[in-house]
Design a protein around this ligand. Structure first.
Ligand SMILES: Nc1ncnc2c1ncn2[C@@H]1O[C@H](COP(=O)(O)OP(=O)(O)OP(=O)(O)O)[C@@H](O)[C@H]1O
Ligand SMILES: [Mg+2]
Length: 252
C-alpha cells in the first residue's frame, strides 16, 4: 500500500524534496563532525550515505532526528523545519530512525515492542493495519509475536527494529547500518526486505551502509561523507562509474 504523501517515482518533483539539508554543521566540543553538509532526498527516493568510520554518517542521522543539535544549518522534512524540534516530537513529523546497533526492548515481547513503535502513528492509520503490514513484510516476527525480543537472533532483532520504525507509518525511514554484525545470508534477506519496504510502502529511505557493494543493490543515489564533508553526490551509475569511489568504497 502506498502512503498518501509519497508520490510514485514518475511524479517526483525536485522542487518538493522530502528532506532538504542545507549547510549543516555539527560540533562535538572542539571536534567538527559535519562541515557545511547539503543534499536533497526526493520523495520516494532510496538514498545511501557512504563513508569511512568516523566520517559523520551517524551524526548526520542524529542531527536529522534531533538527537544532536547542529551548530548551524537547516533540515527540512517537506515543509517542516526540524532544527529546534525536540527529538521526542520528531517522530510525529513522519520520520523514523533505526539507530546503530538494533535497539529493541529485550524483556518485552515482539508484539509489545511493535506496539511501542506506534506511539506517534498518524491519526489516519490504524495500529492493526500497520501491524498487519509489518507482519506481511516480516513473517518471522508474526511467528514469534509473543516471544521476548531478547531471545531473538541478531537478524530477527534487526528486523524487529525496522518493523517498530514502520509502526510510525513514516514518510522517511532512516537506517543506520542495519546489516552490521549479521551473517551474509541474513544481510541478503534484510536488503531484500528494505527494497520491499521502499517499493511497496512508497517510503523515502536514507540508508547508512559500510558495505557499499551491498548498498548499491538498493540505493538510487548516494552521498559520500569524508571527515564530515560531502565529497560526492550522484546516482548509483555515477558511483559505479567512478574509479576513485570504486577503490575507496567498493573494494574493487
Ligand atoms: N558524542 C560524541 N562526542 C564526541 N565526539 C563524537 C561523538 N559522537 C561522535 N563523535 C565523533 O564525531 C565523528 C563522527 O562520528 P560518527 O559516529 O558520526 O561517524 P560514523 O561515520 O557514523 O562512523 P562509523 O562508521 O564508525 O559508525 C567521529 O570523529 C567521532 O569520534
Ligand atoms: Mg556510525
Amino acid at each position: 500500500m502506498r502512503l498518501p504523501w509519497t508520490p510514485a517515482a514518475a511524479e517526483r518533483d525536485s522542487s518538493a524534496a522530502a528532506l532538504r539539508v542545507q549547510n549543516l554543521s555539527v560540533d562535538y566540543g572542539n571536534i567538527r563532525a559535519l562541515v557545511d553538509v547539503s543534499f536533497e532526498l526526493l520523495p520516494g527516493e532510496f538514498m545511501g550515505v557512504l563513508g569511512a568510520n568516523g566520517a559523520g554518517k551517524s551524526t548526520l542521522l542524529k542531527a536529522v532526528s534531533g538527537l544532536v543539535r547542529p551548530a548551524s544549518g537547516s533540515i527540512r522534512l517537506g515543509e517542516t523545519e526540524l532544527v529546534g524540534v525536540p527529538a521526542h516530537r520528531v517522530p510525529a513529523t513522519g520520520l523514523a530512525h533505526v539507530p546503530e546497533r538494533r535497539r529493541v526492548f529485550p524483556s518485552l515481547s515482539v508484539q509489545d515492542n511493535l506496539a511501542l513503535g506506534a506511539y506517534a502513528t498518524p491519526p489516519d492509520r490504524s495500529r492493526a493495519e500497520l501491524l498487519d503490514e509489518v507482519f506481511t513484510l516480516f513473517p518471522r516476527l508474526k511467528e514469534r509475536a509473543t516471544q521476548l525480543a531478547g531471545s531473538l537472533s541478531g537478524g530477527e532483532q534487526q528486523m524487529l527494529a525496522v518493523g517498530r520504525a514502520l509502526m510510525l507509518a513514516p514518510r522517511l525511514l532512516m537506517l543506520d547500518e542495519p546489516s552490521l554484525g549479521l551473517a551474509p545470508v541474513i544481510v541478503e534477506e534484510m536488503f531484500d526486505r528494505l527494497a520491499a519496504i521502499h517499493r511497496e510502502l512508497g517510503v523515502s529511505v536514507l540508508l547508512i551502509e559500510q558495505n557499499a557493494t551491498q548498498a548499491l543493490e538498493v540505493i538510487e543515489r548516494a552521498i559520500v561523507l569524508t571527515t564530515g564533508e560531502v565529497t560526492f553526490t550522484g546516482t548509483r551509475g555515477e558511483l559505479e562509474g567512478s574509479e576513485y569511489l570504486q577503490r575507496a568504497y567498493l573494494g574493487l
